[in-house]
Design a protein around this ligand. Sequence first.
Ligand SMILES: Cc1cc2nc3c(=O)[nH]c(=O)nc-3n(C[C@H](O)[C@H](O)[C@H](O)COP(=O)(O)OP(=O)(O)OC[C@H]3O[C@@H](n4cnc5c(N)ncnc54)[C@H](O)[C@@H]3O)c2cc1C
Length: 399
Amino acid sequence: MKAIVVGAGVAGPLTAMALQRAGIEAVVVERHGPPDPRSGSWFSFSPNGLDAMDAVGVLDLAKGLGSPTLRNVLVGATGRELGALPLGAPLADGTPALTMKRSELTAALVHEAVRRGITFRWNAGLIDARRDGDEVHATLADGTTLTGDLLIGTDGVHSPTRCLIDPAAPAARYVGLTNFGGVMPGGAAVLDGVDAVTEQWRMVFGKRAFFGHHVHPNGDVVWFVNVPEPAISPEERARTTDDQWRQKLITLMDGDTGPATRIIEGGVLELTGDNTHDLGHVPTWHRDRMIVIGDAAHAPAPSSGQGASMAAEDAVVLAQCLRDLPDVDSAFAAYESRRRARVEKIVKTGARSSSTKSPGAFQQVMLRAIFKYAVTPKNTAWMYDHRLHWEERQATNSA
Ligand SMILES: Cc1cc2nc3c(=O)[nH]c(=O)nc-3n(C[C@H](O)[C@H](O)[C@H](O)COP(=O)(O)OP(=O)(O)OC[C@H]3O[C@@H](n4cnc5c(N)ncnc54)[C@H](O)[C@@H]3O)c2cc1C
């Protein structure tokens, strides 16, 4: 059996490697060139996502890139700690959640997949796909056509594959926050006290924006800012310089507790004016031997810290279903029945945490209570402590 995998982000190379483990050949097509490990933002991989990476044999690769992250500490505008969000129990080998640069991870996953013999087609975006009997024909932007037994869309939150499967599929929703991020090389040297603590993200509900920083073991400080504002247009992004973005962020964070302005001023901008989207209920995930997984099917807002981990879980479960079910249609149905409730619950959780990033005094009182009574290790275990077992046989509609 041969699969066409569309998109070489987080889910694409993981899916191809999981399929290979299940005895299925895969070719990955990507609209851009190979990933540049230096570009873009940082993110956290949760223990449940790392467990899925382990099933594909790339946990050590992730451990080599990530820095341990045990909790997110939330701080109110006055400097008072509102609570700490635990990031789940570590894996059996002691690996906790890891913070890493997204592009470094995707570049390393692609490198590993190529080493395992998987083919990537760069600058070859999917334009069209159609079923013909037991085959799918994919038309690519480089003018070529690929034929496979099935097609898997791992093409992200604005997925073209989603629309090919269902032209009426919902579009991603702007969640009302823009995203900026960067790194301050050697920044740990200018921090002290609670701001210098490692193995955590420290996040401040500022008066006008939400700021987070993470002290990397190598002494760099990684940071992000979420700004509640209308979406930034491509024109505004094109005409705004890094110095102007930096000045905007410093003005927004001015007077807030914490080291935001110092870190932003002394650091390098790596992500500017990114509009944050989520994608909740997509009624049709598969049709005609084509399916969407990862952000293409369900994208929690970045504040959930779960998008990449969900994509990794999806990759493994889909490969298990294709390995164990007698045909593509029943494998897709079994996959959906195993995944839908979990991923949609996580998208809803992410939407709630995005809405709490808009500052407000009443909200901060509420948040203290939420962190104390609702967001406890026990209440979040369903999300972080989820584990996959590669050998476990999948059955029709196994939930
Ligand atoms: C600022 C930010 C912070 C985040 N923080 C976290 C976090 O802390 N933890 C977490 O788990 N998640 C986080 N996420 C979410 C996480 O990045 C996504 O959930 C994850 O990348 C989804 O993986 P994916 O492979 O499904 O999609 P993507 O990684 O978006 O990859 C999609 C790929 O498909 C390609 N593509 C698109 N169209 C085509 C086409 N027509 N043909 C071929 N290829 C195509 C794209 O170029 C891209 O390479 C964050 C996201 C953002 C934006």
